[in-house]
Each structure stands twice: as C-alpha cells, then as structure tokens.
Design a protein around this ligand. Structure first.
Ligand code: SAH
Length: 346
C-alpha cells in the first residue's frame, strides 16, 4: 500500500498519472487528504467511483488510532496516546491558549540523543515517524476537538533534526493553502543542536521558529546533561542559530530547563548573559519535570524567580514556561513510557 498522505503535490501528480488519471486529480486528492481530512476514500465525491475503488486497493490512509485521551482539570490541556499501525505508541499534547489551539507533536518513536533528564530517550530510538504520522497527530486532534488547530510545536518525543527530510515536508504540507494552511510563523521546531541541520534548515526558505535546547551556559555543564554537546561545541551551535536568524529573520528561542544544583545558580545566569551577549533572542525557562528513572530535581520557585529576574535585569528577554497539564503526567515521553510499562506488567 502506498502512503499517499506523505506525498507532496508533485509526487501525488506522478502517482495519479500512473493510475491513468489526469494530473489535475492530484490537487483534488491533496485537498481531500489535507484539508477535508478524510477517513475513507468514499468521501472523495468529485473523484470517479472507479478511481476511488482503485485508491482503496493501492493507497493507505494512515490507520493511527487515539487509544487514550487524558484531560487536565487544571488548564484544559489534553494528552493523546496514539497507536501506530505497527503497534508503536506515541504521544501528542493539545494546549489551549487565548490565541487558539496549539498541538505538540512527536517526530520519532523514542530518541537517540540521550539527554539525561528526558524520558523519551531512555530506551533509545525505535524509528522515525513518517510525514503522514506527524500530520495525523494534528489531523486526528483537530477532528476529535472539532476545533481548528492554529499552532504547532515539534517538541514531543524525538529529535526533529534526526528526521530532517520528513520534518521539512511536514511543515510544507501543513502550511499549504491546499491543506490546513497553518501559518509557518505559528510552527516551532525544537532541536538539541545538530549544527549542520540547523544551517540546512536556515536555507530552506521557511519562516518557522527555531527553538534551541540550550540548558547550560557552557560546554562543561552541557556535556553532563546532553551527550550531543560532545559532538558540537556550543560556539558552533550558537553560530548556527545566528545564521538561522540572519537567513530567516525569525528570532530564535532558547530553551533552558532548570535543574536544581546543576544549572540554576546565579553564576550560570551570569554566564548565560555573557553567552547570549546582546543577541535578539528569547529564553524560555522550563522548571525540569523530574522523571523517576533519574535523580534530577526541580529548582525551587524562589531560585527560578531569581534566575529570571537576573536575566531581565541584564536586558535578556526571558519567560518561565507555564507548566501545562501537570496533573496528567509530565513532559516528553513520560505518558507513553508509563503506558508501555503498565502493558508490560499486566
Ligand atoms: N529533541 C528536541 C525536541 C524534543 S524535547 C529538543 O531537544 O529540543 C522538547 C524540550 O523539552 C527540549 O528543550 C527538552 O530538552 C525538554 N525536556 C525534555 N525532558 C524534559 C523534562 N523532563 N523536563 C523539562 N524539560 C524537558
């Protein structure tokens, strides 16, 4: 079966021609898949019956199913567990803001980056997600909500730059005016800092926001929590982010998860100010979400406030990320992990 939901318009044209259909059918089919979000080819009312039957024989519509939905009582955050066709489980999150619905999607099953505080990477990488599996996280959530999704953050499980081609294609399809038409300005892709890929992304001609998982003001501390820091020096990571800003005009967001006693002292805040050195960036401070497999603790509230105030006093733009859906399990892969473990134990 051909995964036509992962195809861009050009690929779809070739595909329909091979089935003996006129080229303009590709655009109609694209709109059925990506704007009407069909569940069955029978819905494609402007395609001939014969063509629809042919599609059923040769093409798949991703059979991804929401197996559980968790709803926060605190802030209306919803977390979704999806079962993929091959039985793998991924998670996605819907956050409700005044400006609309934001969906956080996963880009891989598992992850091979090994960040010490992150649950997604504990069992390593299983596989990349296809373009259609990333699209379907948004499509399924939009359909289940019955509300438009206006923002996307690629901050779920996985390292998007490790699934680069699929991420770029995902962005192009979901921002297409023949699809959901989500503005590229409302899409954020977060990376642990794969230098060559940040540069490549800068050259794609997209206007999405790049978020860098910084988490430390120098290589020494960064190496203790992020193995990727052994591969790319911070100065090269920052220089790639500068290049991204230069090429796209989009301000880069720096993520900084505060871990008690590791990176949350005023000394680190001072070094952080030096590191960003007047750049037009934004720092997102994230109180680390402790995972039971590791011994990291959240910085206390006062410490977080001091850290933020120091940055602001020095003219560095910083916000503390609101913790959403605290009551329905924490960040990045914790939900999936808990689910898989409870299946194993049952
Ligand atoms: N691989 C990408 C995107 C996924 S993680 C990246 O590294 O950016 C999204 C963000 O959540 C990253 O900044 C990541 O470091 C952070 N994160 C992961 N686990 C966390 C935890 N337990 N507490 C706080 N932040 C966490």
């Amino acid at each position: 079966m051909t995964d036509i939901k992962s195809m861009d318009l050009e690929e779809l044209k070739t595909f329909v021609k091979e089935l003996g259909e006129a080229e303009f059918r590709a655009k109609q089919l694209f709109e059925w898949l990506h704007k009407s979000l069909i569940d069955s080819f029978d819905e494609c009312s402007n395609l001939s019956k014969a063509f629809r039957e042919k599609l059923k024989e040769v093409a798949s519509l991703t059979g991804m199913e929401a197996i559980e939905v968790f709803e926060s009582k605190i802030d209306d955050t919803k977390k979704y567990l999806f079962a993929l066709e091959d039985g793998n489980i991924i998670e996605s999150v819907r956050m409700k803001y005044e400006h609309g619905n934001s969906v956080c999607i996963s880009s891989q099953v598992g992850c091979r980056m090994g960040c010490k505080f992150c649950a997604s990477t504990l069992d390593g990488l299983v596989r990349n997600l296809s373009v259609s599996e990333m699209l379907d996280q948004v499509y399924k959530i939009q359909k289940l909500l019955g509300e438009r999704v206006s923002n996307i953050v690629v901050m779920g499980s996985g390292e998007p730059m490790d699934n680069y081609d699929n991420i770029v294609k995902f962005v192009k399809i979901i921002s297409s005016d023949m699809g959901l038409n989500i503005s590229q300005r409302n899409i954020t892709v977060s990376t642990c800092g794969i230098v060559p890929k940040i540069r490549e992304l800068a050259d794609e001609g997209l206007s999405i926001t790049l978020a860098l998982s910084l988490h430390a003001p120098n290589d020494e501390i960064r190496k203790t929590i992020m193995p990727v820091a052994n591969k790319y020096a911070l100065k090269d990571v920052i220089s790639a982010c500068d290049y991204y800003f230069k090429k796209t005009g989009r301000r880069v967001s720096y993520e900084y998860s505060l871990v008690a006693g590791i990176n949350d002292n005023i000394k680190e805040a001072m070094n952080l100010v030096k590191l960003v050195n007047g750049r037009n960036i934004h720092i997102n401070l994230i109180p680390v979400n402790p995972i039971k497999e590791r011994d990291f603790k959240q910085s206390d509230k006062l410490k977080i406030k001091e850290f933020k105030d120091f940055l602001e006093k020095k003219g560095v733009n910083a916000t503390v990320r609101r913790e959403m859906g605290r009551d329905i399990d924490g960040a990045c892969g914790q939900l999936r992990r808990r689910f898989i473990q409870s299946e194993r134990n049952s």
